[in-house]
Design a protein around this ligand. Structure first.
Ligand code: 89V
Length: 346
């Protein structure tokens, strides 16, 4: 029997529950949840009690001093990631940080460079590409059935009250491109490939918001394909399919459409087939969040497998920088009115 992988968590806020359930479910794959930590000790204690974790801490340095940790999952707000990664990677601990990777490109690059120099495994918990429906859509695109994609639309529009659990969203200077755009722009890379240049328009439609809550981004891909990635936290469209990502991908031989209600319609020429691509409802997931919640388990499983195999995750820091660069380019384009080439790392 292989040694267990000792996992610890930093940040026990509302989304961390999904990670706690996931790591618990991965006990059969060798995960041992050894400790949890939150700046609010009451939250750490409550999480430890609910999930049967032996140790809890209100101070991350104390946890790092006292615990033997193989893999640490940082589920705190993005402005704390760099400070946390400097501690964990500094101690040589394999580290996962929640999306968005960082508030700025410079912070994201600094963390990536530090991990590369130290030879420490670093990944970003980017979960949309691990949603069951989107994995199925990506596999269908990848099968080549419609030919190489030439055009796409990836869309996430909602009026769901994302501010209830994340009230600080109202005050974010950069809101939806960093919070949600990183998911949908990542999907554009997964479905259609790397990006040559970016043109973006942003809007602040909710007067309570400081930053943009709606974005319409046009991407020119390296392949020559073009895609439109649009997303809003201020859509009034009903029914509201939160948190579903809708998608249309066209190729020379047909099209793949992910429709509301988690249905995929694929046509090759005039032959059309429809498939239910809904995610399973796990014992701890609940509608409407279930698709996103289930993907946390799938993402953690992928991260664990990559860590155990000693290879970079598909969502390594280096990979996530490519998505982050598109998000940065979208902000620059919106500010300048110009098409912007994403930065490269290396
Ligand atoms: O998954 C997320 O990043 C969430 C939501 C779906 C609300 O954007 O913040």
């Amino acid at each position: 029997m292989a040694e267990p992988v000792r996992v610890a968590i930093v940040g026990c806020g509302f989304f961390a529950r999904n990670h706690l359930f996931s790591w618990k479910d991965l006990a059969a794959d060798g995960v041992e949840l050894v400790a949890v930590c939150d700046i609010d000790p009451a939250k750490a204690k409550a999480a430890a009690e609910e999930f049967g974790v032996p140790h809890w801490y209100g101070n991350v340095d104390e946890m790092l001093d006292k615990e033997e940790i193989d893999l640490i999952d940082i589920i705190t707000r993005m402005d704390t990631h760099r400070m946390m990664v400097e501690k964990t990677v500094g101690r040589g601990i394999a580290t996962i940080v929640q999306k968005p990777f960082a508030p700025t490109w410079d912070d994201a690059v600094a963390m990536t460079r530090m991990a590369e120099k130290a030879g420490v495994w670093l990944a970003v918990h980017e979960n949309f590409r691990f949603q069951t429906p989107l994995l199925k859509a990506a596999a269908t695109v990848g099968s080549g059935i419609i030919g190489a994609p030439t055009w796409g639309r990836i869309s996430f529009r909602t009026g769901f009250d994302v501010y209830r659990t994340q009230p600080y969203f109202h005050n974010e200077e950069r809101l939806i491109i960093l919070d949600l755009g990183v998911h949908t722009l990542d999907m554009a890379r997964v479905m259609i490939g790397e990006v040559e240049h970016v043109y973006a328009e942003i809007q602040t439609r909710n007067p309570k918001n400081r930053g943009e809550d709606t974005a319409t981004v046009t991407l020119r891909h390296v392949s020559g394909a073009v895609s439109v990635v649009d997303f809003s936290y201020d859509s009034r469209k009903q029914p509201d399919f939160f948190p579903e990502t809708l998608m249309e991908i066209e190729g020379p031989n047909g099209a793949i459409v992910v429709e509301p209600g988690l249905t995929m319609r694929v046509n090759v020429g005039d032959q059309i087939r429809e498939e239910d691509i809904g995610a399973p409802l796990l014992h701890w997931t609940a509608k409407p969040w279930h698709v996103a919640q289930e993907s946390v388990l799938t993402t953690c499983r992928h991260l664990l497998e990559a860590y155990k195999a000693g290879r970079p995750a598909d969502i390594s820091a280096v990979d996530n920088l490519k998505t982050f660069a598109i998000a940065e380019a979208a902000y620059e384009s919106a500010a300048t009115g110009r098409a912007v080439k994403p930065k490269t790392y290396g």
